[in-house]
Design a protein around this ligand. Sequence first.
Ligand SMILES: [Zn+2]
Length: 215
Amino acid sequence: MSQPNVLLLGPPGAGKGTQSSNIVQTYGVEHVTTGDALRSNKGMDISDLDVEYDTPGGFMDAGELVPNAVVNEIVKTALREADGYVLDGYPRNLDQAEYLDGITGLDVVAFLDVPREELVERLTGRRICDECGANYHVEFSPPEEAGVCDECGGELVQRDDDTEETVRERLSVYDENTRPVIEHYDEQGELSRIDGEGSPDEVWERLHTAIEERT
Ligand SMILES: [Zn+2]
């Protein structure tokens, strides 16, 4: 049988990156994110889309938001080239979900479900080394000495993105945009809700089981 097409949904902090890697390793599929797809298709000819630039790179070089139509086109190209995939970070809204329905067949739609307060704890606990970029978490992967990098002795700092106020704002925006997407797949009976609490290994066990049941 051909490799599965998996859509992985979940809020920031739900562990999509880690679980995507698990899917890639287990099924040998491609990890497709809009960011990567954009970067590897910077020079794609999109002159027929009737947008401001002839390539996606035009928007990126100008520091402008890449329009929906361009993102859609790039996702279509990336999925067409993949023999099985885990798609992560798309669709972000109902329009994109409906577009996706028209360009590909999904075998599994999995939603990593994590309570809001747990997400806040995960995201606000992140620390990054000012010197070497190493990642830590005050609770889940603390350095030996608080505030100091194990690797290089540099100072550990919190990114502006990870302060509580910003985190709550990001989660609200995600919720607002993505709730209709979740409902869309729920109504079609395609949604597998995965309990995203616990260790990455525990979550993977549940996710793996759900993928096996659907493929
Ligand atoms: Zn460091």
